[in-house]
Write a protein that binds this ligand. Structure first.
Ligand code: SF4
Ligand code: SF4
Length: 437
């Protein structure tokens, strides 16, 4: 039986700008700005000082606690300073290490010591390589991968799901990875299956990427990885929706995929795991899409972490002077930025520049219930919006505020142009900060 998640929308794909463009490697930047914090866990502890010379892949930050990760230098150069800059995901200034390239042609790597033969490695040896390579979820969440691959013994995980849906408009980097690096994705999957001791893996891919589906079918032949073609519908790639579509299992409210025996990883993370375990390569670069109608030469790129957004845009011919909005990520879930000196993070899957659109003026809610029908989490977005704007945060939480996956489907369909997500995000942040300390 073909399962489909409830709700969802069909926004314009806008993938034609880059879907046929192979991934290019961007020239090395002269300076990078590397955050010691990636995610909700603890920032790493700095182990270098201004003036120190570092190689590409050299550790500059070590984990501080269990949910924390190693940070490596993306360049061969010199540490110039450590300064606070605005972290676009955490929403506040955080410590970033500024590293300057020493010379034009130098890129000397410091790799991890590995035999490369994962079949002979123990589970612990593999996890240690993933941890020391600083691998985090590249789908955007940036959660340390070695932690995600170590569920507690009481959680019986039997299925590894690989997210190849890439349902967000504009972005095509995962599509290109599946076309260009399918063998590495397969190796990453086999490594993670070994760590999780699971017999079954599935890769879900939307039916707007038929070429990648056919290619993966050939590469995966004879391996225990099931390929599943999914209907193109947003947000098909959201974890809970993907799990339901592929397995029929529902992650409980406030629960995690492992509560229903599943671990989800993104295709980019599969490549990063393969590189860590087989090549001993720390995570210092990532693939991303630079696109949208405001970008002069849209591209798929491999970029060093810490490169300023402005340099990446410049490499893509710059942006149209009429550009109204630049987002880290795609148009539905991307974070709007005004300061283009912000650096690329491990979780940056794209940069989208958009020209002005007819947006219209916000009007009062007319109780049409379109937002309720579109919500894939079965919430009542109009009510969450109302409670959030009235600062009734406890009531909003009782109505499922923390279950909102911030997909933006409600705002997309709303005839009154209500910006539910902006207010929901704000309410969540206030609730976390005030109620949980
Ligand atoms: S309330 Fe949250 S989960 Fe539901 S449609 Fe809006 S943004 Fe998506
Ligand atoms: S879609 Fe907009 S107008 Fe309709 S019920 Fe939801 S918030 Fe109100």
């Amino acid at each position: 039986m073909k399962m489909a998640f409830r709700g969802g929308i069909h926004p314009p794909q806008l993938k034609e700008f880059t879907k046929d463009k192979p991934i290019e490697t961007m020239p090395l930047p002269n300076k990078v700005f590397v955050f010691l914090a990636n995610h909700a866990g603890n920032p790493s502890k700095l182990i270098v000082s201004p003036g120190d010379e570092v190689k590409t892949g050299q550790i500059i930050g070590v984990p501080d606690g269990y949910i924390s990760s190693y940070v490596h230098s993306p360049l061969t150069g010199r540490v110039v300073e450590v300064k606070k800059i605005f972290h676009p995901v955490l929403g506040r200034p955080m410590d970033a290490v500024v590293i300057e390239r020493i010379s034009e042609d130098q890129d000397q790597w410091m790799r991890l010591d590995t035999s490369g033969d994962f079949e002979r490695m123990t589970r612990e040896e593999i996890l240690d390589l993933v941890r020391r390579a600083g691998v985090v979820g590249l789908g955007g969440a940036m959660f340390p991968t070695h932690v995600k691959l170590s569920p507690p013994p009481e959680k019986k995980v039997d299925t590894l799901i690989i997210n190849g849906a890439e349902c967000e408009s504009v972005l095509t980097i995962d599509h290109r990875l599946m076309l260009e690096r399918a063998e590495e994705i397969l190796l990453g999957i086999l490594i993670m299956m070994k760590v999780l001791k699971v017999e079954k893996a599935m890769l879900g891919i939307e039916d707007n990427k038929r070429d990648a589906y056919e290619h993966l079918k050939r590469v995966f032949k004879g391996y225990p990885v099931e390929l599943k073609l999914l209907k193109t519908k947003y947000p098909q790639g959201a974890e809970k929706q993907l799990i339901y579509t592929l397995t029929g299992r529902r992650v409980p409210r406030g629960g995690l995929p492992m509560d229903v025996g599943v671990i989800v990883q993104n295709v980019g993370t599969c490549v990063a795991v393969k590189e860590a375990v087989i090549d001993g390569k720390p995570l210092v670069e990532r693939g991303l899409t630079v696109s949208g109608d405001g970008v002069r030469e849209p591209k798929n790129l491999m970029v060093r972490i810490g490169t300023p957004v402005s340099e990446v845009l410049e490499y893509c011919g710059g942006i149209d002077e009429k550009t109204e909005k630049v987002l880290l990520g795609g148009p539905m879930t991307g974070i709007s930025i005004t300061d283009l000196s912000i650096p690329i993070l491990k979780g940056t899957s794209g940069i989208t520049a958009l020209l002005p659109r007819e947006t219209g003026v916000q009007k009062p809610c007319i109780r049409c219930s379109r937002c309720v029908i579109a919500c894939p989490m079965n919430l009542q977005p109009y009510l969450l919006y109302l409670l959030a704007t009235k600062r009734r945060y406890d009531d909003a939480v009782n109505e499922g505020l923390m279950d909102c996956i911030e997909c933006g489907s409600c705002s997309y369909v709303c005839p009154s142009k209500i910006e539910h997500v902006r207010h929901i995000k704000l309410a969540k942040n206030v609730y976390r900060a005030t109620r949980r300390g």
